[in-house]
Design a protein around this ligand. Structure first.
Ligand SMILES: O=P(O)(O)OC[C@H]1O[C@H](O)[C@H](O)[C@@H](O)[C@@H]1O
Length: 433
């Protein structure tokens, strides 16, 4: 990915960061890069994620997928990092695939049933993914999906691939039924695992090019250097950190392509769960161009000066002409294409924010394909690791998500948890219709 941080400079935006400040910050970036390099070299927890382009084995993924390679649909059962990376890839490339990729992460019963009722389970594969193998939502949904297959008279053991850790209920299930299984790589937190079997089994079932994904990521890895002025990922990570330090505590991730909408959702977990610690961290907002020009842009341009907008330009794409019209006011559209309109709207919105002194950054792809996606995923992961070094937080843990899990288990009789008691003590002030 290429990055243009010009509209984040203090000469353009407020909050903004001066070139001189970036040059001073570059000294911290150099130190952070040394730490990151050391962590990668020693295969340390978290930093290991940045070794995935060399570590992930596409052949092992293809071998595990082979029994279900002909599936018309794939149900991925997982949540958080165990679903969003895979969904980013398959949703971005959906037009290139004959396989429908469905992601059951939420436990909304109507939504789960609507998918299971409509899919032809005879020709559907199950991709169950969980590092721990104990995540309530994933296990609950897997039990529901397995039951649906059994009720349909389909042998789920012939349609299921498991990606999990070395031990736990899913590993036991895989061993007991001799299911094709892959390992969640050690040292790689879920939100950083898109470029491993966690994110790539679904890509393989959907027929996407695993080598190209990894080549794009590897090319991005080659850019990691001791200066933000030579590394797009570090330029983005350092600029977002500097802007947050100057008041831009919100980062709206706004890709100008429907195919990248899920990438914004994946980014939200990566950014929030990695950096939201010790009362620090920048709030990611999922946005979409052009749609949010008619929704959130008013706030971005004229609301509080507490936001950065990150545009993602998708590059070259298939286009479609706008037919001529006899409506005088719209005649100008008839000479254009939808792609030209989208590009013009993107550039106009970018300029609109700059004209209002609102910081924005552009991430540029050549096109939305496996190579560029691999580079985007890797680049944003590396940007996040760098930002975590600059914030001096523990980028790779997520202790704050544990409280609600314990409360949930307590509420469902899964053990004695004081968190569940706190639920009963909710302070209420109800206003009823
Ligand atoms: O892969 P699993 O162990 O099922 O975890 C799935 C997700 O749940 C956890 O609570 C964390 O919030 C995520 O970082 C993780 O990706």
């Amino acid at each position: 990915m290429n990055v243009d941080i010009g509209n984040a400079l203090a000469s353009v935006a407020s909050p903004g960061v001066s070139r001189a400040s970036l040059e001073r910050l570059d000294e911290q970036v150099a130190d952070a890069h040394d730490r990151i390099e050391q962590g990668m070299k020693n295969h340390e927890h978290g930093y290991e994620a940045l070794n995935l382009p060399q570590r992930t084995d596409p052949d092992a993924i293809r071998a595990a997928v082979e029994p279900v390679a002909d599936a018309d649909a794939l149900i991925t059962v997982g949540i958080g990092g165990s679903a969003l990376g895979a969904a980013t890839i398959t949703n971005a490339l959906a037009d290139e695939s004959d396989t429908e990729a469905v992601y059951l992460d939420n436990v909304d019963p109507e939504w789960v049933s609507s998918h299971l009722d409509r899919l032809d389970l005879e020709n559907t594969a199950i991709n169950v993914v969980s590092r721990s193998g104990t995540t309530a939502e994933t296990l609950a949904n897997f039990l529901v999906v397995r039951d649906a297959f059994e009720s349909a008279g389909v042998d789920w053991t012939e349609r299921t691939i498991v990606t999990t850790g070395d031990a736990g209920p899913l590993r036991d299930l895989s061993d007991r039924h001799d299911l094709p299984s892959l390992k969640v790589p050690d040292g790689v937190p879920g939100r950083f695992s898109a470029l491993s079997a966690v994110g790539m089994v679904a890509a393989e079932v959907c027929g996407h090019d695993l080598e190209a994904l990894l080549e794009g990521a590897a090319a991005e890895a080659e850019t990691l250097s001791g200066s933000l002025f030579e590394c797009p990922a570090y330029a983005y990570g350092a600029t977002t950190y500097a802007l947050d330090q100057r008041g831009a505590g919100i980062n709206a991730m706004m890709p100008y392509a429907e195919s990248l909408e899920t990438a914004a959702e994946w980014f939200a977990q990566l950014w929030a769960e990695s950096l939201g610690k010790d009362d620090l961290g920048q709030t990611p907002v999922r946005a979409l161009g052009v749609t949010d020009q008619h929704s959130q842009l008013q706030l971005y341009r004229a609301g509080p000066r507490d936001k950065l907008v990150t545009f993602v330009s998708p590059g070259e794409a298939a286009d479609r002409s706008i037919p001529a019209t006899d409506v005088d006011d719209l005649a100008y559209l008839g000479d254009a294409t939808l792609g030209e309109l989208l590009e013009a709207e993107f550039e106009a919105t970018e300029a609109s924010l700059a004209a209002a002194g609102r910081p924005n950054v552009r991430l540029e792809l050549e096109r939305v394909d496996e190579y560029e996606l691999g580079g985007l995923l890797y680049g944003l992961e590396a940007a996040c690791v760098l930002a975590g070094e600059l914030y001096a937080v523990n980028t790779f843990e997520q202790p704050a998500v544990e409280w609600a899990k314990k409360a949930t288990r307590g509420l469902l009789g899964g053990g004695e948890f004081e968190e569940a008691e706190a639920v009963a003590e909710k302070t209420s002030l109800r206003v009823e219709r």
